[in-house]
Design a protein around this ligand. Sequence first.
Ligand SMILES: [Zn+2]
Length: 330
Amino acid sequence: MVALDRLRALSARVGADPLLVQAAGGNTSLKDDGVLWIKASGTWLRDAQARDIFVPVDHGALLQALARRDPAADACLPFVRTDLATTGLRPSIETIVHALMPQRVVVHVHCVNTIAWAIRADAEARLAERLAGFSWAFIPYARPGLPLADGIAARMRPGIDVLVLGNHGLVVAADDVRDAEALLDRVVAALRRPTREAVPPDLDALATLCVGVPYRPATDEATHALATDVLALTLARSRVFYPDHVVFLGVGVATEVESGAPLVAVPGIGVLVREDAAPAVEPMGHCLADVMRRVDPGDSLVALTDSDIDQLVNWDAEKYRQTLTPPAQG
Ligand SMILES: [Zn+2]
């Protein structure tokens, strides 16, 4: 299908941009003849052209299940069109967001610039200034799945093709792939924020810290800013601002190797990653550094509550996603 091939190309492009998507985060979809082709849970968008990462879902049946508040709609698994499926993969845990948008093509990204706005206490008002020319809605934070579906349904109006999900990310939608890509680029440009210069890591000190412990320095220079940018570490040390942070890094940010945490930000020195950490861990640290470098000292931020965190880490669909790793790393 030509449209799906175009979506694969856009997905791979978006998935290769760490300012838009990190690891298995983000997802894209295409509606065609009653079938919602959605990125599979746990797969990486950057792999969209290298392997088959799309799962066919019965769009009508899923919408009907949502309308009758059927709990099966939460993970969407019963709605996979097994007659069309070529892999045993499950649909994205965020499939409902795509099902609720009436447009044919939907792109959901964990855009760093968007998140830097979406974690502010005054997010909706500030976004309104930036997105004045768009048909958009702000959706207050809710756990993906049925709670987020309720939040979207409450604010959806005809013609809306941009959603900013509070403490989460961005959704754009259009009837073809080219228009969705153009809309994504325009919204991201409108939401761009100034970025503080990253303070370089002390690589010699990091190497010394790694002696005799199962850690290595982060490979990407930008990740180290989580430890070397004073404001970044101050803000993120004990709080969680968006779902994928807690899912892959745990609550807050560990600062000592004795913690055994998958990622450790040594204050003023740099970031260490545990050698057996999941492939998603460093991209998540990189993302958190990128978001925090776009937050200013006076900004009032909203973190996820303990209850929000509980709901995320105990959600079965999310537990499944964490068991998956992509076949090729790099
Ligand atoms: Zn998301």
